[in-house]
Write a protein that binds this ligand. Structure first.
Ligand code: TTP
Ligand code: MG
Length: 336
């Protein structure tokens, strides 16, 4: 079973402020009258009707719907609500894996009918205790369950039995497959492949030639609904990170490294004694060209100084006099 909260941050804000009822709500960076430079974290379903979505520059969201309610991200609050929800979900199954702040897998050793009943209970309990809705997918593995939870949003419940997997997946756009992002989608489209049915009809050797052995192999299996990955329990968080959009595009090293240091502190300090192994940076130039880089250490680290030092080294090759930077990000993962 895969559970995913509906318009999570926005739904929490709506719940806590009844005056937002019936209005488009956008949670993210400040729009500053259309001059804001950050991005949309999420939008409620009403705001999505205006074409607003996660990751979109806030200035564009503002242009699409200036009368929407724009709210800042209150992460502390969403984490607290998330913990309550995960507490409800985890007690209904044999194994539990939290994937992100609003998403979890549950392993059930039950019939599909029984699983559907459990899903209804989970939904009811979340609605009663937290006054929030979620969407749930049930399937023979994580891949199918995840695609199914997204199938009827919001407040959906979709059950895909093993014998229905192929007919369920076939008409879907390849983009519905986790791991196929806009770039892969475009590369497949260029070769006339848009649906999962078409992906399934593509020979393995062709997929391997286009995307390499590893990803070609994945796509071949995913098109058949095959996924044998087990639930990973006791994984509190996959990663911790922060991003910063500069008020003005900049190539000023002192400024960039200053912000990087602030971010390293903000990311590492709250981890307390939790150690990590991988440090990653993200950089976006003024033309929105975006790069990422990462390094995995030989040992586990919990040090702010060390993560800053590694992040600086990773960032260095991207700092060029003639290119201004819009955004930088820093994250750590592989917790031990
Ligand atoms: P999602 O589950 O992807 O989105 P959602 O819950 O807002 O909406 P949906 O009903 O389609 O599931 O992400 C969960 C939360 O994570 C979301 O409320 C805000 C945050 N988030 C970001 O901050 N940035 C992003 O780019 C995305 C995709 C999500
Ligand atoms: Mg969600």
């Amino acid at each position: 079973m895969h559970i995913d909260m509906d318009a999570f941050y926005a739904a929490v804000e709506e719940r806590d402020s009844p005056e937002l009822k019936g209005r488009p709500v956008v949670v993210g960076a400040s729009p500053k009258g259309g001059k804001g430079r950050g991005v949309v974290s999420t939008a409620n379903y009403l705001a999505r009707k205006y074409g607003i979505h996660s990751g979109m520059p806030i200035s564009i969201a503002y242009r699409k719907c200036p009368s929407a309610v724009f709210l800042p991200v209150n992460m502390r609050k969403y984490h607290a609500v998330s913990q309550e929800i995960m507490g409800i979900v985890r007690k209904h199954g044999e194994k539990f894996e939290q994937v992100s702040v609003d998403e979890a897998f549950l392993e059930l050793h039950k019939s599909y009918d029984e699983a559907a009943e459990i899903a209804k209970k989970v939904k009811e309990e979340i609605k009663e205790r937290e006054r929030l809705t979620c969407s749930i997918g049930i399937g023979p593995n994580k891949l199918v369950a995840k695609i199914a939870s997204d199938y009827r949003k919001p407040d959906g419940l979709t059950v895909v039995k093993p014998e229905d997997v192929l007919s369920f997946l076939s008409p879907l756009n390849v983009r519905k497959i986790p791991g196929i992002g806009p770039k892969t989608e475009a590369a497949l489209k260029a070769r006339g492949i848009e649906t999962v049915r078409q992906l399934r009809a593509t020979p393995l050797f062709a997929l391997k030639e286009w995307f390499g052995d590893k990803f070609g192999g994945y796509f071949h299996e995913m098109a058949r609904g095959i996924d044998e990955s087990p639930l990973e329990e006791e994984r509190e968080a996959k990663s911790a990170g922060a991003e910063h959009t500069f008020d003005e595009d900049t190539n000023d090293r002192t400024k960039i490294y200053g912000v990087l240091a602030q971010m390293a502190r903000a990311v590492v300090k709250p981890l307390k004694n939790q150690k990590f192994k991988t440090i990653a940076i993200k950089i976006r130039y003024e033309n929105f060209e975006t790069h990422t880089a990462q390094r995995t250490l030989k040992h586990y680290s919990g040090s702010y100084e060390e993560s800053l030092e590694v992040a600086k080294k990773l960032l260095e090759p991207f700092l060029q006099k003639n290119r201004k930077i819009r955004l930088i990000g820093l994250s750590v993962r592989k917790f031990g």
